[in-house]
Write a new protein. Structure first.
Length: 186
């Protein structure tokens, strides 16, 4: 069983994976490499002067792996609640998880299948921490925003979701703020 299953490998999903794995949560990311970021070029992302979407994804995947996340190149076909959390199915293989972070862009099918509530704008209804109406399921990025899609917002949503998970796991509000001595040698 993993702590966090992330479905989607764009800015929201990879941000969630980085924060979760960095903080010692066993994390798996399901990513078919079909992110909208392949069509993007970032020059309005903080601390990034200019980078292609492809390069951004390559770096973010590397950061996720370096922090301990497992990346699985398979499409998720279902997410179902179980007695112990959730069962995520990808390519016929099942993965058990305590938490699920949905980061599938504008595709909200898995959220609908799980029974997540939707807003009048037909997006997933989430809290400020990105939690859905289904406990321990989070919907990030474009899933909870009607046409307000942007890479920085998506990455922030992924981070917000995992900070909420970490707060639940630690039993108190958790803040992830690194100082220079925290930076690992790479």
């Amino acid at each position: 069983m993993v702590d966090v299953a992330v479905v989607g490998g764009g800015p929201a999903g990879l941000s969630a994976a980085m924060y979760a794995a960095k903080n010692d949560l066993e994390t798996v990311v399901f990513d078919t490499d079909e992110s909208w970021m392949h069509k993007a070029h970032l020059f309005n992302y903080p601390a990034v002067r200019s980078i292609s979407g492809d390069e951004f994804l390559q770096i973010a995947r590397g950061q996720s792996r370096d922090r301990g996340a497992e990346l699985v190149d398979e499409a998720v076909t279902s997410v179902e609640q179980s007695d112990d959390g959730f069962v995520v199915t990808a390519d016929g293989e099942e993965y058990d998880a305590d938490y699920v972070v949905l980061a599938t862009g504008g595709n909200r099918d898995l959220a609908e299948d799980l029974g997540c509530a939707f807003t009048d704008e037909d997006v997933v209804d989430v809290t400020v921490d990105m939690e859905t109406s289904v406990e321990n399921v989070y919907a990030t990025g474009a899933m909870g925003r009607a046409e307000k899609w942007q890479a920085v917002i998506a990455a922030g949503d992924g981070a917000a979701a995992v900070l909420d998970i970490l707060s639940k796991e630690k039993g108190e509000y958790y803040h992830d703020f690194d100082i220079p001595s925290d930076v690992p040698e790479l």
